[in-house]
Design a protein. Sequence first.
Length: 280
Amino acid sequence: MKTYFDSRFALSPNEGKQLDTQGLRDNFLMEKLFEADAIHLTLSHFDRYIAGGVMPVKGTVLLSNPENLKAKYFLERRELGIINVGGKGTVVADGTTYELEYKEALYLGKGTQEVSFSSADANAPAKFYINSAPAHHTYPSRKVSKAEAEVVELGSAATANHRVINKLIVNSVLPTCQLQMGMTELKSGSVWNTMPAHTHDRRMEVYFYFEVPEGQSVCHFMGQPQETRHVWMQNEQAIISPNWSVHSGAGTSNYTFIWGMAGENLDYGDMDHCAITELR
């Protein structure tokens, strides 16, 4: 089993708008999250957020404890959100077994000492997309199926943003310290997500794009509303969105993405909207 750990420094908007294409990718994009029997983790210094992926194939993969965290175990001072974007898999947390089907979620509270991942079928391995944020209190661990999610339908085919938002790990579904995660599925013929765009100075986000058809891509927009930049992304890649940045995208096909966020509050509606006609 291998663990890959990367750390990304926080940048101000003034620094961000000076970056070229490769600079944006180096600072914000996570190009590889899934590798057989390995864990890929990226720590962002925006709110000390961690995003990554685990894909067990040959056997069980243990959640490691990177030296960079200076902790006795990974969740000593953290909480963890998991969404399975692959085949059926199992997560065992301190002896409790959770089976996760495709697009099902699991929240693990602060203080969970041992976490392991496995797949039901090596030929169709589970892909556990994980997000973690610092935590100050222990809340109960809990599995969340799609049927238990808070569902909101937004947009329309006329504006190419007809989408279904599945709020999975949010305070209206279960208690957390600051971590929130959900999944937005775009309807066929729709390509725009999170439009009109917004920022929220109280929180940062990470977007993970998947179900992007072969040969298709997503163009992710970031930056200040009047200083936007773009990053072209492929299937099963993620990108860090600072609190000062818009976070929106348009694909060459419809797709699905997982949003995860952390910060000062748990108010999903805490957004500073940007008028479409004022974006630059």
